[in-house]
Write a protein that binds this ligand. Structure first.
Ligand SMILES: NC(=O)CC[C@H](N)C(=O)O
Length: 728
């Protein structure tokens, strides 16, 4: 038990579960939302007319009326101080992919040398952080520091408690001096508004005059790994890159499939309970928890919320998990592929749309009228994914996710829609103009006026599909575990808005021309389903034949981030975002640049880090092992004569072969990193990172992992896969 690695392992397996924080109450319904200045708290603390105006602002997603801002801010401050808050912060989502906050105390100097607690309406509504160091993708020069934050009242403010004093968090947008979006919230809100406008046109055609808005709902399933902290600190790759850059496979990985839904280890249960308590207090409806497929992998999933809130809540969930892992002696890995050879982690984005009356528009209804409306929305989704699949693919780009997509554990990078046989039968029937008897009970006459009810469980599950219909929602499985769900939902809403716009325009024209809605639909739906049937694929997305079949269908397959990002500026891709004012041309260009830079930086950091680890942690024990092997050859020869040391020589030669190759590999890797860093232009740099750094890393890893299996275990410093994956 002498080496730091062995000591860490000993500590890891002897660590007892940490007791979760004491809760304010044992009852979940009392705990839920207690750290949120939500509607019920507002009603209690605000004058009636102020409450009414604020509630309307929240419901309609408007900016706060400045006349009531001071009263609202004051009530918030009093509540926050009672909850132990000393500071407030505007909390936002810059293009770093993480959240950002800068804290200010509630204090202002008073005339008598004392201080008073102060928080005005102005402080609540807007802020002006120094924005110079956030990525802007060329939207402004570094010296143009001005950036603004503005309260997004559609997400309630909340308190993050800490032993030293809580902080009031105000969810905000973040934009530049010139009014351009520097964050992911602004385009998300614009996309939600666009979807609402277009979907309402369809509802009005169906005679719905009560719905005042339509909103997308999102439920992101979050996968993650937990690694014992004692072991993780000995792995610079886990700490700096969030994934292992080296590591021979564990003799036992996920082959037995015994981890999936297995009994949750005690330490992990305490961690989960602590996370959930905090999330519930924040009004985040965390619902499901379980062991995932890979050893050391877990999942947390909330129930649906409106997309903007769900997105903020997922960012908060990730922050909370990282934070709470430290308390429980873990490091929480949100990377898409922390370990080679076992499953990576995704974030399955469940997406549906509902109207202001709470009706889920992707729910097949129980009347012919409802079914017809469902088919229109279904057609719109198929059209959105088929016509705008590149825009959707852009919502999943990232250096980490490239290791996962298409690796036969997550969907391929080709976008297709899984509908299940039954629903596909129904659509085929509509396309072919004849009634379609489906496999099970579902049966649908052609001609929407005679549609019988559709069965509820319209589809099986298909894990290999990136975009699967699951009965009343779509599950977009391509998003990576570390990614914000904002980009993919911006793209989904934008693409759906375009498709609904096309459909509404045609139907409105037919109706205006005197056609009744049913005959207009009978004209439109068979044509639409026929046009977009190539996007429907119910088969195995992991099969080798699928990419070929997809190519025949004309479906794009951009299987890495750089290829996908190069198409951000294709006119038809830009148009998805331009058409309804979701992003301006300058905002699109800046996002393309930021994402490309982010990719090259991530790859170059990994390359640099791997070279350092190879030089300082892999080569030294390997060289010691080589010296021992050389001594073994000499000793065997001394005893057995020149010809008697064959096996010792073979062992030495094998070691030396990998060592020499690795020494050359490290030099090549360092050169590749330097070349990529010097390349001019964001696309060129990202291309160089992909084409030179990644292959150089792969070549090194082969030898390093072979050495791990050859070098004496007591010499090896880096915790091994078996230890990282199984010590919980
Ligand atoms: N059980 C599962 O759904 C596995 C999903 C897989 N981990 C992914 O990356 O998407």
């Amino acid at each position: 038990m002498s080496s730091p690695r062995k000591k860490a392992m000993f500590k890891a397996i002897n660590t007892a579960p940490v007791t979760p924080c004491e809760k304010k109450t044992q009852k979940t319904d009392e705990l839920f939302g207690c750290h949120v200045f939500g509607l019920s708290t507002m009603r209690k603390r605000l004058p009636k007319d102020v409450y009414r105006k604020l509630a309307k602002t929240i419901r309609d997603g408007e900016r706060l009326n400045p006349e009531i801002a001071d009263v609202v801010a004051n009530a918030m401050k009093d509540w926050a101080i009672e909850m132990g808050a000393t500071h407030y912060t505007h909390w936002f989502h810059p293009m770093t992919g993480l959240t950002a906050e800068k804290h200010d105390a509630f204090l202002s100097p008073a005339a008598d040398g004392q201080v008073i607690s102060e928080f005005s309406g102005k402080m609540l509504i807007s802020g002006e952080p120094d924005a110079s160091s956030f990525p802007s993708g060329g939207l402004r020069s570094t010296f143009e520091a001005r950036g603004y934050t503005a309260w997004d009242p559609s997400v309630p403010v909340f308190i993050i408690p800490a032993s030293y004093g809580a902080t009031l968090h105000i969810p905000t947008y973040f934009y530049s001096y010139s009014g351009e979006a520097l964050d992911r919230k602004i385009p998300l809100l614009r996309s939600i508004a666009a979807l609402s406008r277009q979907a309402l046109r369809i509802l009005r055609l169906f005679g719905n005059h009560t719905a005042s808005y339509v909103r997308p709902n999102v439920g992101p399933e979050q996968e993650y790994f937990l690694v014992d902290k004692n072991l993780a600190v000995l792995r610079p790759d886990l700490l700096l890159a969030g994934r292992t850059l080296l590591g021979a496979p564990s003799p036992k990985g996920q082959e037995m499939e015994d981890h999936y839904f297995g009994a949750i280890p005690g330490r992990v249960m305490s961690f989960m309970q602590d996370v959930e308590n905090e999330l519930w207090a924040l009004g985040i409806p965390a619902k499901t928890r379980h062991n995932e497929v890979a050893p050391g992998q877990f999942e947390i999933a909330p129930v649906f919320e409106e997309a903007n809130i769900a997105c903020d809540h997922n960012m908060l969930t990730m922050n909370m998990m990282r934070h709470m892992a430290a308390k429980h002696g873990f490091v929480c890995l949100l990377h898409e592929k922390p370990f080679d050879g076992v499953n990576g982690s995704g974030k399955h984005n469940n997406w549906s749309i509902s109207d202001s009356d709470g009706v889920n528009l992707l729910n097949p209804g129980s009347t012919p009228q409802d079914n017809a409306q469902f088919l229109v929305f279904l057609a719109a989704v198929l059209r959105a994914v088929h016509k705008h699949s590149v825009a959707l693919r852009l919502g999943t780009v990232g250096a980490g996710n490239d290791h996962r997509l298409g690796a036969n554990e997550a969907p391929p990078a080709i976008l297709s829609v899984y509908l299940g046989e039954q629903l596909t039968d129904v659509l085929d029937g509509i396309v072919n103009g004849k009634s379609a008897a489906s496999k099970k009970s579902g049966f649908m006459e052609v001609g929407v006026s005679t549609l019988p009810p559709l069965p509820v469980d319209l589809s099986d599950r298909n894990r290999t599909s990136p975009f699967a219909f699951t009965g009343n929602k779509f599950e977009f499985r391509a998003v990576g575990s570390s990614q914000s769900v904002a980009p993919v939902n911006i793209a989904l809403n934008a693409a759906a808005a375009c498709a609904l716009d096309d459909i509404a325009t045609e139907l409105e024209a037919s109706v205006a021309g005197g056609a009744d809605l049913n005959s207009a639909l009978q004209q439109l739906l068979p044509r639409l389903f026929k046009e977009h049937m190539p996007i429907v694929f119910n088969g195995n997305g992991y099969a080798a034949a699928w990419p070929e079949e997809a190519a025949r269908r004309g479906l794009p397959n951009y299987h890495n981030t750089v290829d996908a990002l190069a198409h951000y500026t294709d006119p038809e891709v830009m148009n998805v975002f331009l058409r309804h004012g979701i992003l301006t041309e300058r905002e699109i260009l800046s996002r393309q640049e930021i994402l490309l830079e982010n990719y090259s930086k991530a790859v170059c950091i990994e390359g640099h880090l791997m070279a350092d680890m190879l030089r300082t942690s892999v080569l030294p024990p390997s060289l010691t092992a080589q010296t021992r092997a050389a001594e073994a050859v000499l000793k065997a020869r001394a005893v057995l004569g020149e010809a008697g040391a064959d096996s010792e020589e073979a062992a030495f030669t094998e070691l030396r072969g990998h060592i020499v190759a690795l020494q050359q590999g490290v030099a090549a890797l360092e050169k590749a990193v330097a070349v990529a860093q010097e390349a001019q232009g964001a696309l060129e740099q990202a291309t160089a990172a992909r084409d030179t750094v990644l292959p150089a890393m792969k070549a090194c890893r082969e030898h390093a992992d072979a050495l791990e299996r050859l070098v004496d275990d007591e010499l090896w410093q880096l915790p091994k896969y078996a230890e990282l994956l199984w010590a919980h």
